[in-house]
Every structure is written in structure tokens, then in C-alpha cells.
Design a protein around this ligand. Structure first.
Ligand code: FAD
Length: 406
């Protein structure tokens, strides 16, 4: 395919919940997959780096079952995920996404990784300058694929490929095992071991509970974790989302929702507390070859360090568009980048949950269609922000707040 060029009205990057929601709404609004389109029809292309359906759910660990996930919203136009509670989410959700793809005959090109999106110099002076989407085959060959010229980019690349590992002195000398949430498979790997678990989010709490069954755990967090005393209500969910929306509207870096909401006491967590598993230690000051130096200066020997320190949004391929503000975030207006309305971020900030991803897909497609009809990218202040980010009346509270799980 080399250096040939394709042209499509819309390019969707990523086929997780957000990308599939976008596909649903693009098809409903009459766009056609580029490969099947007749002349004059509006077209879209979907590129996804995975080998098959499921987005990041393909990689979740064994014990993250349909019973232990926070709650997965059904895809638009689909019934709920049907699975027995004990089924690992990395089976059930990819199978469900595969059903969606079959039902829609969804034209997803994979495994294809987008490496760079840039402004098209040839259309720079047009009323609607185009974007160029560069990609490679993600089958290990890294073969460059045809560049796609497009009017609108729906970016739905999630966070799984950007694990966040804070730098700590001595990390390189540790002789035990170090891993991040993204590499965790099962507690069985830690049988009989002394494991330091770092992070104050939901994933860290899950790891503590399951590894404590087979080994000894040591929990480290930078701040005292904040547990909510009362049940998480819809009202609280709304407030949290509103706070995240406010941050992205100002172009501030997106905060983990746990940092905004606090953690909720579940019966299992109360039991873990009673068993002494949730005794939190202040963050260690240094890592040694055999363990860590605690805040009080003593050394604790450890076999493994499990960093449950969260993820960042995967946006590296958008660097050339210079979307970041001086604060380090991307300013959004609805789902669109306020500084470049050709680019929409789905599953970013307030829409980084399955329910948010659904809404963002719909809102972004509505915006794009309005812009196509007007013949120019939407000016700021005209977006479908209400439907993209704000929780509806009937939404279960727990579905609203799964952003940036650690
Ligand atoms: C451990 C964990 C548990 C979670 N549990 C829940 C839960 O129970 N309920 C809930 O609502 N939310 C949960 N979340 C949040 C959840 O990830 C999101 O809600 C949602 O599933 C994300 O969908 P997405 O489409 O934005 O991203 P993803 O599912 O991550 O999909 C992104 C897709 O983009 C592809 N991609 C990335 N970069 C590129 C590129 N450069 N080129 C091409 N393709 C690319 C990826 O390969 C992937 O297929 C959880 C998150 C984590 C980390």
C-alpha cells in the first residue's frame, strides 16, 4: 500500500466502547464504510490496534469477572452483556463486542496502529483544512499503510496502552519483580510472597484483597485514601462528573475520578478492613535491591512491587496537532478539542466510562453531522455537550465514575 492516499469524511481511531458507539451513530446517520460506499456517499473508516474485538477488555486480568467489574453499560442498540457472574470480563466483553461487530457488519481495520495525525499542508488554506492520518500494520511488521485524508477525527484510543509508573529512587536496582496493573494476571503468581501494592484506587483495593489470600501484602499510598461514609449517590456522581467536565473545559490535566469521588465501602472491603488488610502505609522513600525504605527509615523486604498507579490517555499520535494547553490538558468543548473542532476525544475525561463512551459517540457524531451540513467545523459553543457528559436521570450511580481506574 506504501504511500498511496485514501480519503474519508470521518476516521475513528479505536474500537473499544467509545469507537463502537461512534460506529453505531455514524451508520444511523447514513455514513457508509469507505470500502462499501457509492460515489457521493459520506464515508468513515475505523482503525484499531487490537487483533480482534474487545478494546482494552481483551487484556483485563482473570479475576476481574463480570461480578467484580464496576458495571458495564450495554452498547447502543444492543441488549445488556449476557454472562454468568464468574466469567472473566476479558472473555465476556470481547465476545459481546464481537456480536456488535457482526450485527453491524462493522468495518474495522485491524490490527492497525495510528502513528501520527497531522495537518494536511495541501488543504491548509481551504475553509475546512483536512487532517492526514498515518498508520502502520500492528501485526509486528510495522508496515506503513495508506495515509487517510479526513475532515473529522473521532479519537477513541482509551488508556490501556499508557500505564503510568511514577519514578522512585532505586527502582532500577530492585531484584524482585515489578509490574503494573496492565501486566497483572492473577494472585496465584504471588503465592507465598511479600508484595508491596502501590496506589489508592479501586484496582489496588482489589489486588490487596486477592493477594492477601495467598501471600502477605503491604499497601502504600501517597495520601490517606478517602472512603465515603455513605453510599455513592446519583447526586454525588453528578457532582463528580461536573467537576471533571469543568477541568477539561479549562484544559487542565484529567484527574482520576477516585481522587474526586473517594472510595466506597463495600461489604467485601469492610471485611478486608476487619481482617487488617487495609492498613495503609505512607509512601516509601526509596527502593532497595531487596525491598523498600519506609517513611520512618526502616527497611521492609519485599518479593514484588505491584504498581496500581493508573493510566494516562493514549494521545501520543496527536502530538503534531499541538492540542495541549499550557496546563498540560486538552481543552474540550463538548467532545471536540476547543482549539481544533475537527478532532473529537471520546472516552476522555468525563466520558472515560462505558456509559460516558456511549454518550460521547453520539454527541461527537451529532456535532460532525451538523458541521458537515454547515460546510465548516462547528464553532465553539454549539456543541452537544449536554448529551455527551451529563448523567441522565436513570443512570446507576456506580456506572458514572469509573474514569482512570488505577
Ligand atoms: C482495570 C479497569 C477496569 C475498568 N472497569 C470499568 C467498569 O467496570 N465499568 C466502566 O464503565 N468502565 C470501566 N473502566 C473504564 C473503561 O476502560 C472505559 O469505561 C471503557 O471501557 C473504555 O473504552 P474506550 O473505548 O474509551 O477504550 P478502550 O476499551 O481502551 O479501547 C481503545 C481502543 O483503541 C485502540 N488504540 C489505542 N491506541 C491506538 C492507536 N494509536 N491506533 C489504533 N488503535 C489504537 C486500542 O487498541 C483499543 O482497542 C475500567 C478501566 C480499567 C483500566
Amino acid at each position: 500500500m506504501g504511500f498511496s492516499m485514501r480519503t474519508s469524511d470521518v476516521v475513528v481511531i479505536g474500537a473499544g466502547q467509545a469507537g463502537l458507539s461512534a460506529i453505531h451513530h455514524l451508520l444511523r446517520r447514513g455514513l457508509r464504510p469507505l470500502a462499501d460506499a457509492a460515489p457521493g456517499e459520506r464515508t468513515f473508516v475505523v482503525l484499531d490496534a487490537e487483533d480482534g474485538p474487545g478494546g482494552a477488555w481483551r487484556h483485563r486480568w482473570d479475576s476481574l469477572t463480570m461480578a467484580t467489574v464496576n458495571g458495564i453499560r450495554e452498547l447502543p442498540g444492543m441488549p445488556e452483556v449476557e454472562a454468568v457472574p464468574a466469567e472473566p470480563s476479558h472473555h465476556a466483553v470481547p465476545a459481546y463486542f464481537a456480536d456488535f461487530e457482526r450485527l453491524h457488519d462493522a468495518p474495522i481495520e485491524r490490527p492497525v496502529r495510528v502513528t501520527r495525525v497531522e495537518n494536511d499542508p495541501e488543504t491548509a488554506t481551504d475553509p475546512w483544512p483536512r487532517l492526514l492520518v498515518h498508520s502502520v500494520s500492528a501485526d509486528g511488521s510495522e508496515t506503513p499503510l495508506a495515509v487517510i485524508r479526513t475532515r473529522a477525527l473521532l479519537n477513541a484510543t482509551g488508556t490501556w496502552t499508557r500505564p503510568f509508573l511514577p519514578a522512585y529512587p532505586g527502582a532500577g536496582q530492585f531484584r524482585g519483580r515489578q509490574l503494573h496493573t496492565a501486566q497483572y494476571v492473577s494472585a496465584r503468581e504471588f503465592a507465598g510472597q511479600r508484595v508491596g501494592i502501590i496506589g489508592g484506587g479501586i484496582s489496588a483495593l482489589g489486588f490487596l484483597q486477592e493477594i492477601a489470600e495467598v501471600g502477605e501484602t503491604f499497601w502504600y499510598t501517597r495520601r490517606e485514601p478517602e472512603f465515603l461514609d455513605q453510599e455513592f449517590t446519583l447526586e454525588h456522581g453528578r457532582e463528580v462528573i461536573a467537576g471533571v467536565v469543568e477541568r477539561v473545559e479549562q484544559g487542565l490535566p484529567v484527574k482520576s475520578v477516585v481522587a474526586a469521588t473517594g472510595l466506597v465501602w463495600t461489604p467485601a472491603l469492610r471485611e478486608a478492613r476487619a481482617r487488617g488488610i487495609l492498613e495503609r502505609r505512607p509512601m516509601f522513600t526509596r527502593i532497595t535491591p531487596h525491598g523498600v525504605i519506609e517513611a520512618d527509615g526502616t527497611e521492609t523486604e519485599l518479593d514484588a512491587l505491584l504498581w496500581a498507579t493508573g493510566f494516562r490517555h493514549e494521545l501520543r499520535h496527536l502530538t503534531a496537532l499541538n492540542l495541549r494547553t499550557e496546563h498540560g490538558g486538552i481543552r474540550l468543548d463538548g467532545t471536540a478539542a476547543a482549539d481544533d473542532p475537527r478532532v473529537h476525544l471520546l472516552g476522555y475525561g468525563p466520558s472515560a466510562s462505558t456509559i460516558g463512551a456511549n454518550r460521547a459517540g453520539r454527541a461527537a457524531v451529532n456535532d460532525v453531522m451538523r458541521a458537515f451540513d454547515a460546510g465548516r467545523p462547528d464553532p465553539p459553543g454549539h456543541r452537544d455537550s449536554d448529551s455527551s457528559h451529563r448523567p441522565g436521570r436513570a443512570e446507576p450511580a456506580r456506572l458514572l465514575t469509573t474514569t482512570a481506574r488505577a
